[in-house]
Write a protein that binds this ligand. Sequence first.
Ligand code: S3P
Length: 499
Amino acid sequence: MLPFAAAKGGKLFIRIGEELRLLQRGARLAIGSARCQSAVFQDLPKAREVSHADPSSATPRRFLPAGPLKGTIRVPGDKSISHRSIMLGALAVGETRVTGLLEGEDVLSTAAAMRAMGASVERIGAGEWSVHGVGVGALLQPHAPLDMGNSGTSTRLLMGLVASHPIAATFVGDASLSKRPMGRVIEPLSRMGAAFEASEGANGSQTLPLTVRGALPAVPIEYRLPVASAQVKSAVLLAGLNTPGITTVIEPVPTRDHSERMLRGFGADLSVEVEADGTRVIRLVGEAELQPQTIEVPGDPSSAAFFIVAALVVPGSEVTIQNVGLNPTRAGIIEVLRQMGGSIEEVNRREVGGEPVADLVVRHSALKGIAVDPAIAPSMIDEFPALFVAAALAEGTTVTAGLEELRVKESDRITVMATALTAAGARVRETEDGLVIEGTGGDPLPGTAGAIATHLDHRIAMSMAVAGLASRAGVEVDDTRPIATSFPVFEALLDGLVQ
Ligand code: S3P
Protein backbone atom coordinates (compact mmCIF):
# COMPACT_ATOMS: atom_id res chain seq x y z
CA MET A 1 0.00 0.00 0.00
CA LEU A 2 1.21 3.49 -0.69
CA PRO A 3 2.05 5.44 2.44
CA PHE A 4 -0.08 8.30 3.73
CA ALA A 5 1.29 10.54 1.04
CA ALA A 6 3.51 9.68 -1.86
CA ALA A 7 4.82 11.15 -5.07
CA LYS A 8 4.46 9.02 -8.17
CA GLY A 9 5.15 10.03 -11.72
CA GLY A 10 5.60 13.63 -10.61
CA LYS A 11 2.16 13.69 -8.94
CA LEU A 12 1.40 13.71 -5.24
CA PHE A 13 -1.15 11.29 -3.80
CA ILE A 14 -2.59 11.08 -0.33
CA ARG A 15 -4.19 8.02 1.17
CA ILE A 16 -7.52 8.54 2.88
CA GLY A 17 -8.51 5.17 4.32
CA GLU A 18 -8.01 2.74 1.48
CA GLU A 19 -8.55 5.40 -1.14
CA LEU A 20 -5.80 7.22 -2.98
CA ARG A 21 -6.51 10.78 -3.99
CA LEU A 22 -4.47 12.94 -6.27
CA LEU A 23 -3.42 16.02 -4.37
CA GLN A 24 -3.36 19.21 -6.38
CA ARG A 25 -0.49 21.53 -5.66
CA GLY A 26 -1.85 24.19 -3.32
CA ALA A 27 -4.54 21.92 -1.86
CA ARG A 28 -5.04 21.80 1.89
CA LEU A 29 -4.36 18.63 3.77
CA ALA A 30 -5.58 17.63 7.23
CA ILE A 31 -3.28 15.25 9.07
CA GLY A 32 -4.91 13.16 11.79
CA SER A 33 -6.68 15.48 14.17
CA ALA A 34 -4.01 18.06 13.58
CA ARG A 35 -4.82 21.61 12.92
CA CYS A 36 -5.33 21.95 9.17
CA GLN A 37 -1.97 22.45 7.53
CA SER A 38 -1.18 23.87 4.17
CA ALA A 39 0.02 21.18 1.81
CA VAL A 40 1.69 23.54 -0.57
CA PHE A 41 4.85 21.64 -1.34
CA GLN A 42 7.41 23.93 -2.84
CA ASP A 43 8.85 22.71 -6.10
CA LEU A 44 11.68 20.38 -5.19
CA PRO A 45 15.14 21.53 -6.25
CA LYS A 46 16.71 19.37 -8.96
CA ALA A 47 19.39 17.00 -7.66
CA ARG A 48 22.02 18.42 -9.99
CA GLU A 49 21.39 21.95 -8.64
CA VAL A 50 22.47 20.81 -5.20
CA SER A 51 25.22 18.38 -6.11
CA HIS A 52 28.54 19.01 -4.38
CA ALA A 53 30.39 16.76 -6.77
CA ASP A 54 32.59 18.92 -8.94
CA PRO A 55 34.80 16.36 -10.69
CA SER A 56 37.10 19.12 -11.99
CA SER A 57 38.35 19.81 -8.45
CA ALA A 58 38.86 16.18 -7.41
CA THR A 59 41.96 15.55 -5.29
CA PRO A 60 43.58 12.29 -6.41
CA ARG A 61 46.42 10.65 -4.47
CA ARG A 62 48.58 7.59 -4.97
CA PHE A 63 49.01 5.72 -1.67
CA LEU A 64 52.45 4.14 -1.84
CA PRO A 65 53.82 0.95 -0.31
CA ALA A 66 54.97 1.59 3.22
CA GLY A 67 57.42 0.17 5.70
CA PRO A 68 56.10 -0.90 9.10
CA LEU A 69 53.49 1.33 10.72
CA LYS A 70 54.57 2.23 14.24
CA GLY A 71 53.13 4.54 16.83
CA THR A 72 50.12 5.58 18.87
CA ILE A 73 47.11 7.40 17.46
CA ARG A 74 43.72 8.55 18.66
CA VAL A 75 40.87 8.41 16.16
CA PRO A 76 38.16 11.13 16.13
CA GLY A 77 34.81 10.81 17.85
CA ASP A 78 32.17 8.32 16.82
CA LYS A 79 30.06 9.61 13.94
CA SER A 80 26.79 7.99 15.02
CA ILE A 81 27.14 9.26 18.60
CA SER A 82 28.20 12.73 17.42
CA HIS A 83 25.07 13.14 15.25
CA ARG A 84 22.81 12.00 18.07
CA SER A 85 24.43 14.20 20.72
CA ILE A 86 23.71 17.31 18.63
CA MET A 87 20.16 16.23 17.77
CA LEU A 88 19.18 15.33 21.33
CA GLY A 89 21.01 18.35 22.75
CA ALA A 90 18.93 20.47 20.36
CA LEU A 91 15.75 18.95 21.82
CA ALA A 92 16.68 19.41 25.49
CA VAL A 93 16.02 22.74 27.19
CA GLY A 94 19.30 24.11 28.55
CA GLU A 95 22.94 23.58 27.66
CA THR A 96 24.34 20.24 26.50
CA ARG A 97 28.16 20.12 26.43
CA VAL A 98 29.86 17.69 24.08
CA THR A 99 33.55 16.81 24.02
CA GLY A 100 35.29 14.61 21.46
CA LEU A 101 32.70 15.49 18.81
CA LEU A 102 33.61 14.35 15.30
CA GLU A 103 34.07 17.53 13.27
CA GLY A 104 33.52 15.80 9.94
CA GLU A 105 31.31 17.21 7.20
CA ASP A 106 28.45 14.81 7.97
CA VAL A 107 28.16 15.92 11.59
CA LEU A 108 28.52 19.57 10.55
CA SER A 109 25.50 19.04 8.27
CA THR A 110 23.50 17.90 11.31
CA ALA A 111 24.72 20.91 13.31
CA ALA A 112 23.70 23.33 10.55
CA ALA A 113 20.27 21.71 10.23
CA MET A 114 19.60 21.92 13.98
CA ARG A 115 20.60 25.59 13.90
CA ALA A 116 18.21 26.14 10.99
CA MET A 117 15.47 24.67 13.19
CA GLY A 118 16.13 26.97 16.12
CA ALA A 119 18.85 25.41 18.31
CA SER A 120 22.10 27.13 19.14
CA VAL A 121 25.00 24.83 18.23
CA GLU A 122 28.40 26.40 18.82
CA ARG A 123 31.99 25.23 18.64
CA ILE A 124 33.93 26.17 21.76
CA GLY A 125 37.23 24.43 21.04
CA ALA A 126 38.64 21.38 19.27
CA GLY A 127 35.87 18.77 19.46
CA GLU A 128 34.17 20.77 22.19
CA TRP A 129 30.66 21.99 21.45
CA SER A 130 27.82 23.69 23.27
CA VAL A 131 24.21 23.04 22.27
CA HIS A 132 21.27 25.03 23.63
CA GLY A 133 18.10 23.17 22.74
CA VAL A 134 14.61 24.38 22.00
CA GLY A 135 12.72 21.51 23.68
CA VAL A 136 10.80 18.57 22.19
CA GLY A 137 7.92 19.95 20.12
CA ALA A 138 9.48 23.35 19.59
CA LEU A 139 11.60 22.93 16.45
CA LEU A 140 11.20 25.88 14.15
CA GLN A 141 10.36 25.91 10.47
CA PRO A 142 13.63 26.09 8.49
CA HIS A 143 13.63 28.86 5.91
CA ALA A 144 15.78 27.15 3.31
CA PRO A 145 16.33 23.55 2.19
CA LEU A 146 18.44 21.56 4.66
CA ASP A 147 21.66 20.60 2.89
CA MET A 148 22.64 17.12 4.09
CA GLY A 149 25.77 16.89 1.91
CA ASN A 150 26.79 13.20 1.84
CA SER A 151 25.12 12.22 5.11
CA GLY A 152 22.46 9.50 5.14
CA THR A 153 22.37 9.47 8.94
CA SER A 154 21.61 13.21 9.16
CA THR A 155 18.91 12.87 6.53
CA ARG A 156 17.04 9.87 7.86
CA LEU A 157 17.19 10.82 11.54
CA LEU A 158 16.18 14.42 10.89
CA MET A 159 13.28 13.27 8.72
CA GLY A 160 12.10 11.47 11.87
CA LEU A 161 12.41 14.61 13.98
CA VAL A 162 10.54 16.78 11.50
CA ALA A 163 7.81 14.13 11.07
CA SER A 164 6.20 14.88 14.43
CA HIS A 165 6.67 18.65 14.47
CA PRO A 166 4.23 21.10 12.83
CA ILE A 167 6.86 22.21 10.30
CA ALA A 168 7.90 21.33 6.77
CA ALA A 169 11.48 20.80 5.64
CA THR A 170 13.10 20.09 2.30
CA PHE A 171 16.19 17.87 2.33
CA VAL A 172 18.84 18.08 -0.38
CA GLY A 173 22.20 16.35 -0.73
CA ASP A 174 25.13 15.54 -2.97
CA ALA A 175 25.02 13.19 -5.96
CA SER A 176 25.71 10.11 -3.81
CA LEU A 177 23.08 10.88 -1.16
CA SER A 178 20.54 11.83 -3.85
CA LYS A 179 20.63 8.24 -5.13
CA ARG A 180 20.03 6.59 -1.75
CA PRO A 181 16.62 5.09 -0.90
CA MET A 182 14.46 7.10 1.49
CA GLY A 183 11.31 4.95 1.18
CA ARG A 184 12.49 2.94 4.19
CA VAL A 185 11.88 5.96 6.46
CA ILE A 186 9.05 7.53 4.45
CA GLU A 187 6.98 4.39 4.98
CA PRO A 188 6.88 4.30 8.82
CA LEU A 189 6.86 8.09 9.17
CA SER A 190 3.87 8.27 6.81
CA ARG A 191 2.07 5.82 9.07
CA MET A 192 2.73 8.26 11.89
CA GLY A 193 0.97 10.95 9.87
CA ALA A 194 3.77 12.86 8.15
CA ALA A 195 3.37 13.74 4.47
CA PHE A 196 6.13 13.51 1.88
CA GLU A 197 6.98 14.61 -1.59
CA ALA A 198 10.04 12.76 -2.82
CA SER A 199 11.98 12.61 -6.06
CA GLU A 200 11.85 9.41 -8.04
CA GLY A 201 15.10 7.47 -8.23
CA ALA A 202 16.21 4.27 -9.95
CA ASN A 203 13.68 1.40 -9.93
CA GLY A 204 10.94 3.65 -8.56
CA SER A 205 12.82 4.40 -5.32
CA GLN A 206 12.06 7.56 -3.35
CA THR A 207 15.06 9.84 -3.12
CA LEU A 208 16.28 13.34 -2.31
CA PRO A 209 15.45 16.11 -2.88
CA LEU A 210 12.37 15.54 -0.75
CA THR A 211 10.01 17.51 1.43
CA VAL A 212 8.59 16.31 4.75
CA ARG A 213 5.58 17.93 6.33
CA GLY A 214 5.24 16.89 9.95
CA ALA A 215 2.03 15.89 11.73
CA LEU A 216 0.79 17.35 15.01
CA PRO A 217 -0.15 15.26 16.78
CA ALA A 218 1.64 12.36 15.14
CA VAL A 219 0.23 8.87 15.63
CA PRO A 220 2.21 6.35 17.70
CA ILE A 221 2.93 3.15 15.80
CA GLU A 222 4.29 -0.30 16.42
CA TYR A 223 6.83 -0.87 13.69
CA ARG A 224 8.68 -4.06 12.86
CA LEU A 225 11.87 -3.20 10.99
CA PRO A 226 11.87 -4.84 7.54
CA VAL A 227 15.61 -4.06 7.12
CA ALA A 228 18.31 -4.19 9.79
CA SER A 229 18.82 -0.43 9.91
CA ALA A 230 19.70 1.72 12.92
CA GLN A 231 18.80 4.77 10.86
CA VAL A 232 15.23 3.57 10.31
CA LYS A 233 14.90 2.53 13.97
CA SER A 234 16.22 5.90 15.09
CA ALA A 235 14.00 7.89 12.70
CA VAL A 236 10.89 6.23 14.18
CA LEU A 237 12.09 6.68 17.78
CA LEU A 238 12.97 10.34 17.21
CA ALA A 239 9.53 10.91 15.66
CA GLY A 240 8.09 9.17 18.73
CA LEU A 241 9.63 11.79 21.03
CA ASN A 242 6.93 14.33 20.13
CA THR A 243 4.13 11.81 19.65
CA PRO A 244 1.52 11.13 22.33
CA GLY A 245 1.44 7.53 23.58
CA ILE A 246 3.97 4.76 23.11
CA THR A 247 5.97 4.31 19.94
CA THR A 248 7.28 0.76 19.55
CA VAL A 249 10.05 -0.48 17.28
CA ILE A 250 10.54 -4.23 16.91
CA GLU A 251 14.02 -5.17 15.82
CA PRO A 252 14.41 -8.81 14.76
CA VAL A 253 18.14 -8.30 14.09
CA PRO A 254 19.94 -6.01 16.55
CA THR A 255 21.57 -2.89 15.09
CA ARG A 256 23.68 -0.20 16.76
CA ASP A 257 21.90 0.94 19.91
CA HIS A 258 23.33 4.44 20.41
CA SER A 259 19.90 6.06 20.06
CA GLU A 260 18.43 3.92 22.81
CA ARG A 261 21.39 4.52 25.14
CA MET A 262 21.42 8.25 24.53
CA LEU A 263 17.65 8.75 24.71
CA ARG A 264 17.72 7.11 28.14
CA GLY A 265 20.73 9.24 29.10
CA PHE A 266 18.72 12.39 28.23
CA GLY A 267 15.90 11.18 30.50
CA ALA A 268 13.44 9.70 27.98
CA ASP A 269 11.23 6.86 29.21
CA LEU A 270 12.52 4.08 26.95
CA SER A 271 12.52 0.34 27.62
CA VAL A 272 14.07 -2.53 25.71
CA GLU A 273 12.71 -6.05 26.03
CA VAL A 274 14.74 -8.88 24.51
CA GLU A 275 12.65 -11.88 23.46
CA ALA A 276 13.85 -15.50 23.55
CA ASP A 277 14.90 -15.42 19.87
CA GLY A 278 16.89 -12.21 20.34
CA THR A 279 14.24 -9.87 18.89
CA ARG A 280 14.41 -6.49 20.61
CA VAL A 281 11.20 -4.61 21.41
CA ILE A 282 11.91 -0.94 22.06
CA ARG A 283 9.17 1.18 23.60
CA LEU A 284 9.40 4.95 23.91
CA VAL A 285 6.90 7.04 25.88
CA GLY A 286 6.18 10.13 23.80
CA GLU A 287 5.85 13.83 24.60
CA ALA A 288 9.19 13.45 26.34
CA GLU A 289 11.03 16.17 28.21
CA LEU A 290 14.75 15.79 27.64
CA GLN A 291 17.32 17.00 30.18
CA PRO A 292 20.56 18.56 28.90
CA GLN A 293 23.66 16.38 29.33
CA THR A 294 27.44 16.43 29.37
CA ILE A 295 28.63 13.96 26.74
CA GLU A 296 32.10 12.58 26.03
CA VAL A 297 32.09 10.97 22.60
CA PRO A 298 34.28 7.82 22.38
CA GLY A 299 36.55 7.22 19.36
CA ASP A 300 34.88 5.79 16.26
CA PRO A 301 35.47 2.04 15.76
CA SER A 302 34.58 2.49 12.08
CA SER A 303 37.47 4.94 11.67
CA ALA A 304 39.78 2.76 13.79
CA ALA A 305 39.04 -0.16 11.43
CA PHE A 306 41.22 1.31 8.65
CA PHE A 307 44.22 1.49 10.97
CA ILE A 308 43.53 -1.94 12.47
CA VAL A 309 43.59 -3.47 8.97
CA ALA A 310 46.63 -1.39 7.95
CA ALA A 311 48.64 -2.58 10.98
CA LEU A 312 47.58 -6.21 10.38
CA VAL A 313 48.60 -6.28 6.70
CA VAL A 314 51.81 -4.21 6.63
CA PRO A 315 54.71 -6.43 7.82
CA GLY A 316 56.47 -5.36 11.01
CA SER A 317 53.70 -2.99 12.15
CA GLU A 318 52.60 -2.31 15.71
CA VAL A 319 50.05 0.45 16.26
CA THR A 320 48.17 1.49 19.39
CA ILE A 321 44.80 3.10 18.76
CA GLN A 322 43.52 4.87 21.85
CA ASN A 323 39.97 5.35 23.04
CA VAL A 324 38.12 3.09 20.58
CA GLY A 325 34.40 2.58 21.21
CA LEU A 326 33.64 -1.13 21.61
CA ASN A 327 29.87 -1.18 21.84
CA PRO A 328 28.98 -4.82 21.03
CA THR A 329 26.59 -3.63 18.28
CA ARG A 330 29.62 -2.10 16.51
CA ALA A 331 32.53 -4.43 17.28
CA GLY A 332 31.97 -7.17 14.67
CA ILE A 333 35.07 -6.22 12.66
CA ILE A 334 37.35 -6.96 15.61
CA GLU A 335 35.80 -10.38 16.13
CA VAL A 336 36.08 -11.27 12.42
CA LEU A 337 39.69 -10.08 12.12
CA ARG A 338 40.57 -12.13 15.21
CA GLN A 339 38.91 -15.17 13.61
CA MET A 340 41.23 -14.55 10.65
CA GLY A 341 44.23 -14.67 12.99
CA GLY A 342 44.66 -10.94 13.63
CA SER A 343 46.46 -9.88 16.81
CA ILE A 344 44.28 -7.18 18.38
CA GLU A 345 44.82 -6.65 22.10
CA GLU A 346 42.46 -4.61 24.26
CA VAL A 347 44.03 -2.64 27.08
CA ASN A 348 42.65 -0.14 29.57
CA ARG A 349 38.99 -1.17 29.19
CA ARG A 350 36.72 1.50 30.60
CA GLU A 351 33.46 3.35 30.02
CA VAL A 352 33.25 6.66 28.16
CA GLY A 353 29.93 8.46 27.67
CA GLY A 354 27.98 5.32 28.64
CA GLU A 355 29.80 3.22 26.02
CA PRO A 356 32.51 0.53 26.51
CA VAL A 357 35.92 1.75 25.30
CA ALA A 358 39.49 0.36 25.19
CA ASP A 359 42.88 1.10 23.66
CA LEU A 360 43.75 -1.40 20.94
CA VAL A 361 47.26 -2.70 20.30
CA VAL A 362 47.40 -4.16 16.79
CA ARG A 363 50.35 -6.14 15.43
CA HIS A 364 51.08 -7.41 11.92
CA SER A 365 49.61 -10.92 11.59
CA ALA A 366 49.46 -13.71 9.03
CA LEU A 367 45.74 -13.59 8.21
CA LYS A 368 43.72 -16.56 6.99
CA GLY A 369 40.59 -16.43 4.84
CA ILE A 370 37.30 -17.43 6.49
CA ALA A 371 33.59 -17.66 5.73
CA VAL A 372 32.17 -14.61 7.49
CA ASP A 373 28.94 -15.39 9.36
CA PRO A 374 26.22 -13.21 7.74
CA ALA A 375 24.62 -12.79 11.20
CA ILE A 376 27.54 -10.59 12.27
CA ALA A 377 27.04 -8.15 9.36
CA PRO A 378 24.88 -5.54 11.18
CA SER A 379 27.60 -5.08 13.83
CA MET A 380 30.21 -4.27 11.17
CA ILE A 381 28.07 -2.94 8.34
CA ASP A 382 30.39 0.00 7.61
CA GLU A 383 33.59 -2.06 7.94
CA PHE A 384 33.24 -4.43 4.97
CA PRO A 385 35.33 -2.32 2.57
CA ALA A 386 38.22 -2.49 5.07
CA LEU A 387 37.61 -6.21 5.67
CA PHE A 388 37.74 -6.88 1.90
CA VAL A 389 41.24 -5.37 1.85
CA ALA A 390 42.33 -7.64 4.73
CA ALA A 391 40.83 -10.62 2.87
CA ALA A 392 42.73 -9.71 -0.32
CA LEU A 393 46.00 -10.08 1.62
CA ALA A 394 45.06 -13.16 3.67
CA GLU A 395 45.95 -16.74 2.88
CA GLY A 396 43.08 -18.66 1.30
CA THR A 397 39.51 -17.73 0.51
CA THR A 398 37.23 -15.31 2.34
CA VAL A 399 33.52 -15.64 1.60
CA THR A 400 31.04 -12.93 2.54
CA ALA A 401 27.28 -13.11 1.97
CA GLY A 402 24.06 -11.47 3.14
CA LEU A 403 25.41 -8.00 2.41
CA GLU A 404 22.61 -6.60 0.19
CA GLU A 405 22.56 -3.44 2.34
CA LEU A 406 26.07 -2.59 1.13
CA ARG A 407 24.61 -1.81 -2.28
CA VAL A 408 22.73 1.22 -0.89
CA LYS A 409 25.48 2.86 1.15
CA GLU A 410 27.36 5.97 -0.03
CA SER A 411 28.13 3.82 -3.10
CA ASP A 412 27.35 0.24 -4.08
CA ARG A 413 30.16 -1.07 -1.90
CA ILE A 414 30.02 -4.60 -3.31
CA THR A 415 30.54 -3.60 -6.95
CA VAL A 416 32.80 -0.62 -6.25
CA MET A 417 35.15 -2.62 -3.99
CA ALA A 418 35.18 -5.56 -6.41
CA THR A 419 36.19 -3.20 -9.23
CA ALA A 420 38.78 -1.33 -7.15
CA LEU A 421 40.43 -4.43 -5.66
CA THR A 422 40.51 -6.13 -9.06
CA ALA A 423 42.22 -3.04 -10.50
CA ALA A 424 44.80 -3.37 -7.71
CA GLY A 425 45.46 -6.99 -8.73
CA ALA A 426 43.36 -8.85 -6.14
CA ARG A 427 41.37 -11.95 -7.08
CA VAL A 428 37.75 -11.09 -6.37
CA ARG A 429 34.44 -12.59 -7.47
CA GLU A 430 31.26 -10.59 -6.99
CA THR A 431 28.05 -12.40 -6.00
CA GLU A 432 24.57 -11.00 -5.56
CA ASP A 433 25.08 -10.33 -1.86
CA GLY A 434 28.81 -10.32 -1.19
CA LEU A 435 32.36 -10.93 -2.40
CA VAL A 436 34.47 -14.06 -2.58
CA ILE A 437 38.13 -13.09 -2.28
CA GLU A 438 41.17 -15.25 -2.91
CA GLY A 439 43.96 -13.74 -0.83
CA THR A 440 47.64 -13.37 -1.73
CA GLY A 441 48.81 -15.11 1.45
CA GLY A 442 50.58 -11.98 2.61
CA ASP A 443 52.31 -11.00 -0.63
CA PRO A 444 51.73 -7.38 -1.59
CA LEU A 445 49.06 -6.62 -4.21
CA PRO A 446 50.46 -5.53 -7.60
CA GLY A 447 48.83 -2.05 -7.28
CA THR A 448 46.90 0.05 -9.78
CA ALA A 449 47.95 1.52 -13.10
CA GLY A 450 45.34 4.29 -13.12
CA ALA A 451 43.08 5.71 -10.42
CA ILE A 452 40.31 3.68 -8.81
CA ALA A 453 36.86 5.32 -8.69
CA THR A 454 35.57 6.12 -5.19
CA HIS A 455 32.10 7.35 -6.25
CA LEU A 456 32.02 10.00 -3.48
CA ASP A 457 32.42 7.25 -0.87
CA HIS A 458 34.80 8.04 2.00
CA ARG A 459 35.14 4.42 3.09
CA ILE A 460 36.14 3.26 -0.42
CA ALA A 461 38.85 5.95 -0.50
CA MET A 462 40.25 4.99 2.93
CA SER A 463 40.09 1.23 2.28
CA MET A 464 41.96 1.54 -1.00
CA ALA A 465 44.50 3.85 0.66
CA VAL A 466 45.23 0.97 3.06
CA ALA A 467 45.46 -1.44 0.10
CA GLY A 468 48.09 0.89 -1.38
CA LEU A 469 50.31 0.49 1.70
CA ALA A 470 50.42 -3.27 1.08
CA SER A 471 51.04 -3.07 -2.68
CA ARG A 472 54.06 -2.97 -5.01
CA ALA A 473 53.18 0.00 -7.23
CA GLY A 474 50.81 1.84 -4.89
CA VAL A 475 47.08 2.42 -5.31
CA GLU A 476 45.79 5.63 -6.80
CA VAL A 477 42.50 6.93 -5.46
CA ASP A 478 40.64 9.29 -7.81
CA ASP A 479 39.41 11.68 -5.10
CA THR A 480 40.36 11.94 -1.43
CA ARG A 481 37.94 14.80 -0.64
CA PRO A 482 35.08 12.53 0.52
CA ILE A 483 37.29 11.32 3.40
CA ALA A 484 36.46 14.60 5.16
CA THR A 485 32.85 13.48 5.62
CA SER A 486 33.82 11.11 8.45
CA PHE A 487 37.58 11.29 9.10
CA PRO A 488 39.20 14.63 8.19
CA VAL A 489 42.55 13.72 9.81
CA PHE A 490 42.85 10.27 8.21
CA GLU A 491 45.69 11.13 5.82
CA ALA A 492 47.64 13.07 8.47
CA LEU A 493 47.40 10.14 10.93
CA LEU A 494 48.40 7.64 8.25
CA ASP A 495 51.36 9.71 7.08
CA GLY A 496 52.48 10.06 10.71
CA LEU A 497 52.59 6.27 11.22
CA VAL A 498 54.51 5.43 8.05
CA GLN A 499 58.20 4.89 8.88
C1 S3P B 1 24.17 4.54 11.12
C2 S3P B 1 23.57 3.38 10.72
C3 S3P B 1 24.04 2.55 9.60
C4 S3P B 1 25.45 2.93 9.18
C5 S3P B 1 25.65 4.41 9.11
C6 S3P B 1 25.39 5.06 10.46
C7 S3P B 1 23.61 5.30 12.27
O1 S3P B 1 23.19 2.76 8.49
O2 S3P B 1 25.76 2.33 7.94
O3 S3P B 1 26.98 4.72 8.71
O4 S3P B 1 24.31 6.19 12.80
O5 S3P B 1 22.48 5.00 12.66
P1 S3P B 1 21.88 1.85 8.23
O6 S3P B 1 20.85 2.22 9.22
O7 S3P B 1 21.46 2.19 6.82
O8 S3P B 1 22.34 0.42 8.36
